[in-house]
Design a protein around this ligand. Structure first.
Ligand code: GLA
Length: 384
């Protein structure tokens, strides 16, 4: 967490509202492996990171709420008694969505003021939206003493995303952001909501994120479409989700579904298996195997689940030219955002330079490179 960011948000709150706030930090996330498996009740292996949202909040003794988005230098006011989704409302929908879902959950709120700001690159697939949602629900839970558990809070965040941002996301992002543990990834079983922490220590290797700096416009509708396809397979087989579907049962309906839909189902079954294999490989410190699984995951996302794009494929393929990178894949929902790479630490500087030049030459566009550290989940900050 950046102390500079915290001080900036605190100062902005004091100058905007002439009172002292309570401060919170809510992180973004990476995902080692297990993509598009969460809404199929499958396995994921995410981790919270040291980049996120700082939220400053305080009650204001009215029915009105004022929110300042520090990074955008924008202010938004709303009445707690008349909240509905805003078309193309962007960040505002995450705020009012969480507020409305808290109210729908039977908890009452009164007016409050908020300033928030962050350092998660937007559109990078590092879940700035989940970080924002969690910061709001966590902050309001604290100042209004709502008594919500962390599990209830992430469900409220997810419902805000479904009903206000209109993305039928799974639970991975909200879970990782809320429950993250410093230096650990979380193996989450999205069916039981149970998680196991997995220590992350790559020795001479490390993770590196490369941002394509593109976000292709179909993202949200394509996401919802993939989810519907997966659910249609489960429905046909009279199962609750793809988690209960084996390759054999999928094969049994092969001639009743399109080749395209078949591949989507097969991808999810295989990706769940890869998550469990990755955890085993991490436990036995077999980084070559982790790298291979990352590459296999990317191939599945590219050719079977069809959520990659030219820019992501280029960045992953580029790593195949060097032995210093053990594996790479696209991360998050797809159609842009980042790749996640497992790379030898001593090679980071030279590789970064090379990949930047190659990307620029190919797309006439800069890619951005981030080192990240794994951090704790959403929490209150001390005031200094
Ligand atoms: C987005 C969603 C998550 C998950 C990933 C893909 O980040 O918010 O729930 O489905 O895409 O793994």
């Amino acid at each position: 967490m950046s102390v500079k960011l915290k001080n900036l948000i605190q100062k902005r709150f004091i100058s905007s509202f002439n009172s002292s706030p309570v401060l919170f930090f809510s992180p973004g996330r990476i995902n080692l492996i297990g993509e598009h498996t969460d809404y199929n009740n499958g396995f994921v292996l995410p981790a919270a990171i040291d980049k996120g949202i700082v939220l400053a909040v305080q009650k204001n003794d009215s029915l009105y709420c004022t929110v300042v988005a520090h990074d955008l230098d924008a202010t938004y006011q709303f009445d707690l008694n008349s909240i509905s989704p805003i078309q193309n409302g962007g960040w505002k929908n995450y705020i009012i969505g969480v507020v409305a879902e808290i109210q729908n959950y039977g908890k009452s709120l009164s007016g409050f003021n908020i300033v928030f700001g962050g350092n998660i690159p937007k559109g990078a697939g590092m879940s700035s939206s989940a970080a924002l949602e969690n910061s709001i629900v966590f902050g309001l839970n604290e100042i209004f003493e709502l008594g919500l558990t962390k599990k209830e809070m992430i469900q409220i965040s997810q419902r805000a995303e479904h009903n206000f941002a209109k993305v039928n996301c799974g639970i991975m992002d909200q879970f990782a952001s809320m429950f993250g543990i410093k230096d650990y990834a979380l193996l989450l079983d999205c069916k039981t909501m149970e998680s196991k922490s997995t220590a992350i220590d790559f020795g001479n290797y490390q993770l590196l994120l490369i941002n394509t700096n593109v976000k292709h416009s179909l993202t949200d509708s394509a996401y919802n479409d993939r989810r519907e396809k997966c659910e249609s397979i489960a429905k046909l087989l009279k199962k609750e989700s793809l988690r209960e579907v084996t390759k054999e049962s999928l094969d049994s309906i092969k001639d009743r579904i399109s080749g395209n839909t078949y591949q989507k189902g097969l991808y999810v079954i295989e990706e769940n298996d890869r998550v469990l294999k990755t955890v085993k490989a991490l436990e036995s410190n077999n980084l070559e195997e982790v790298g291979n699984l990352l590459y296999q995951s990317h191939e599945g996302l590219q050719h079977q689940f069809n959520v990659s794009c030219e820019e992501l494929d280029f960045l992953v393929d580029y790593t195949r030219n060097t032995n210093d990178v053990l594996g790479a894949r696209m991360m998050g929902g797809g159609f842009g955002g980042c790749t996640i790479n497992l790379i030898k630490t001593t090679a980071v500087v030279a590789f970064s330079e090379q990949v930047k030049n190659a990307y620029k030459k190919k797309f006439n566009l800069e890619c951005s490179i981030y080192n990240i550290a794994l951090s704790n989940g959403t929490h209150k900050l001390s005031i200094t």
